[in-house]
Design a protein around this ligand. Sequence first.
Ligand code: PGA
Length: 261
Amino acid sequence: MVSENAKISQLLAGNWKMNGLRAALAEIRALGRGIADLQGVEVLICAPATLLAEAAKAAEGTPIEIGGQDCHIQNSGAFTGEISAEMLRDAGAKYVILGHSERRQYQGESDVLIAEKVVAACREGLRPIICVGETEAVRDAGEAEQVVTAQLTASLPKDFPAEMGLDELAVAYEPVWAIGTGRTPTTSQIAQMHSALRSALSTRFGSEIAVKIRILYGGSVKPDNAAELLAVPNVDGALVGGASLKAGDFLAIIRASAQIS
Ligand code: PGA
């Protein structure tokens, strides 16, 4: 689907999280065959680091792009277990998810750190997908919009490296309580939040750039709710966890986007 502002195609991004052995590369090949005839959508698989290079190979000759799920703020050095933006790029990644709520929650990542990671990613020409979202307690307290827009503003670096066009940024609104739970906000709650995020981007970058930055919705996107969620104003695509692991399910979500264009 072409977004409401009619300037950008939707991005359907799969987040495999800590899932996927080499056998899962067959899903990428199947997905590549399945989307060969689709127009007007961009498709991304954010695979675990161990699979990135092979995933990039499996996606060759298909419209699928490959992305990472996190990166370090430095390009190399004594940081055992970490993976840099340069390494992701070298493995064939074009995008990187940053500040996913699971990393904010389990690794204690702060907005400030995420902003530094955005700089590191942009320096390497990786397109960051910056994740924001409220907990259920915050939503119940009526503070979701304020908290999520503040999260976005604080996760954006003060200065962006010149290597990356600002319109290549993406934001993913993922309510923490909707991730992996089968629950989703109402379409009007999503519309309201995405409009608030667009305004926050506009305040920061000006409206001309803000309309070109994709704002994805994520959290329990499935084949049976994708059409409804992707048609919400200011929703420019989806970040899909569980339902991106099987080519058939992800394909159904991608088709839902392509059909309503
Ligand atoms: P889910 O995960 O689609 O399984 O809810 C989304 C995400 O965490 O990116």
